[in-house]
Design a binder for this molecule. Sequence first.
Ligand SMILES: [Fe+2]
Ligand SMILES: [Fe+2]
Length: 235
Amino acid sequence: MRIAAAADIHLRPERRESNVRAYSAVNDLAELLVIAGDFTNHGMQDEMQECLRVFEHIHVPIVAVMGNHDYESGHQDELAGMLRVAGVHLLDGQGIEIGGIGFGGTKGFCGGFAPHELMAFGEGAIKKFVEISEREAIKLDYALAQLHTPVKVAITHYSPIKETVIGEPEPIFPFLGSSRLERALDRHNPALALHGHAHKGSFSAHTLAGTRVCNVAVHVLQRRGEPHPFVIFDL
Ligand SMILES: [Fe+2]
Ligand SMILES: [Fe+2]
């Protein structure tokens, strides 16, 4: 199966025509499109409406997770509902099988990368923060565990490994992902793990257990010279 993947599309209405042209190219190039979060800039309904106007021109299934920007205004549940009503397979700790391939996804969260992860110690606020990070990893684990296909694809917005955020300023690495997600991946050995969020990050690296991880943020793809705002994988 040929799948296309993008993240951090942050669509703006003033670029609708070129966005429709660029994203609808997927119809001829892939059987499915993954969008790994950050549809919007500020998590507003009108921004998501703009995304849906572009998606009207996409005729392959879309499998997606939300990104942190989609939470910015506190309307994440409404935005998620808009995506689902439009037929997007939005994953938030669930798995779905399409065309014989299993997709498991969740937004993920930050917390840093081993051996320098933030631990649940001290103030309640720190414990709460780490708890959210752990809960997102459990959701990813659960999503992948639900799949019974021989080939699985994991989708998160935040990065499961440090290597694909390299290019971002090093002091912000802990805010770009979490090794807890990597450990969840490595319990299931998916064929591919897709994420975004690190706009200035690196395209591809591997987890400790050897799962290929790709940062499909459109900014990363553009710097890589991809001719489309998505990248194609043959699975
Ligand atoms: Fe983004
Ligand atoms: Fe993001």
